[in-house]
Design a protein around this ligand. Structure first.
Ligand SMILES: Cc1cc2nc3c(=O)[nH]c(=O)nc-3n(C[C@H](O)[C@H](O)[C@H](O)COP(=O)(O)OP(=O)(O)OC[C@H]3O[C@@H](n4cnc5c(N)ncnc54)[C@H](O)[C@@H]3O)c2cc1C
Ligand code: FES
Length: 295
């Protein structure tokens, strides 16, 4: 990269906050973790402090310099030292990001959007049980929230049930975190669509884990992230078990460009998902809109 370009992307600290919505701030890749054959976690550090403040469930627009920009959720918790994003290699930009090496520069614009509401409206610890349901890479936007929730259980928060579905065992992400959450009191259940010879766990859709997970649906909230069809079936099953649809949050992904409610690319019915989402309650209108495919 030329030094001119680097200068252009280095606003003064005073201008930084207002510019960050539209101007990528350069970050350096300080750690690169291969989670699966096609999912990579990048730990990023700004070239100049301060680090970004964000809430669990929000996303950044990450730019692979000279290639393009895409929406990626934070996979770290706000209290963790390093800003992390976990990226699945599906196309040009995600491929370039996944190929980054330690020391490379990445542009970061954000944080944008709504969050998992880990704290209750009053700012104190929520005492309801929390059911976290993730499909594949869907655990990435939930990882920070789970970290916060696990900390909250030590401060009197409700129990945590983490239900994860993956295509096959090798596609299960954050295995060390899953073990650590289990050791710290969360109930973790895994299932895969296709078992391999070394897999002795559950086989089937993630919805099959709900019935015997052990939570009281009438006094729980839920956080769902994964393919829309999985979130739809899971939300319906939770409602059938007695959960309030307002207490079921889903993270919706649409093609995003500006990230700030200007371009309309992320529209879903009356919602602009970069601004009103990505995390929204599965109630009323959203449950109807979820049956619509992106054009
Ligand atoms: C709010 C938000 C948060 C996201 N968080 C993450 C994350 O934490 N980790 C992660 O790996 N991905 C995340 N995504 C998805 C990510 O933005 C897309 O995978 C990315 O835009 C693909 O761009 P590309 O140039 O690599 O591939 P493209 O060439 O644009 O697309 C390659 C393939 O991916 C599909 N695709 C493109 N955009 C999306 C999308 N938004 N959702 C699903 N499929 C898509 C295309 O239809 C195509 O089949 C998020 C998306 C949004 C909107
Ligand atoms: S991405 Fe531009 S309006 Fe949402």
């Amino acid at each position: 990269m030329s030094s001119d370009r680097t200068l252009l992307m280095r606003p003064s600290p005073a201008a930084r906050e207002s510019l960050s919505a539209l101007t990528p701030i350069l970050h350096r890749v300080v750690e690169r973790i291969g989670e699966t054959n096609d999912i990579t976690t990048l730990a990023l550090e700004p070239l100049e402090p301060p680090s970004m403040n964000f809430r669990c469930g929000q996303f950044n627009m990450l730019s692979a310099l000279g290639v393009g920009e895409i929406a990626i959720s934070m996979s770290s918790a706000p209290h963790e030292r390093m800003l992390r994003h976990s990226i699945r290699d599906v196309g040009a930009v995600s491929h370039a990001l996944c190929q980054s090496s330690v020391g490379d520069l990445v542009g970061v614009r954000g944080p944008f959007g709504s969050d998992w509401r880990v704290e209750s409206a009053r700012g104190d610890v929520d005492q309801r049980d929390t059911v976290v349901v993730a499909g594949g890479i869907g655990l990435a936007p939930l990882r920070g929230a789970v970290e916060e929730l696990v900390r909250d259980t030590q401060r009197g928060g409700g129990r945590i049930f983490i239900l994860v579905g993956a295509r096959e065992p090798s596609q299960i992400v954050f295995r060390a975190d899953l073990e650590s959450w289990k050791a710290r009191g969360a109930k973790v259940s895994l299932t895969v669509d296709l078992a391999t010879s070394e897999w002795d766990g559950r086989v089937g859709l993630v919805t099959t884990l709900l019935a015997d997970a052990g939570f009281d649906a009438t006094n729980s909230r839920a956080m769902l992230c994964g393919p829309e069809v999985m979130m739809r079936f899971t939300a319906r099953a939770l409602i059938d078990l007695g959960m309030d649809p307002e207490g079921i949050l889903v993270s919706l992904e649409r093609n995003m460009q500006c990230g700030v409610g200007w371009c309309g690319h992320c529209q879903l019915g009356p919602l602009l998902l970069c601004r009103d989402g990505p995390v929204v309650p599965y109630a009323g209108l959203v449950s109807q809109l979820l049956t619509q495919r992106e054009r």
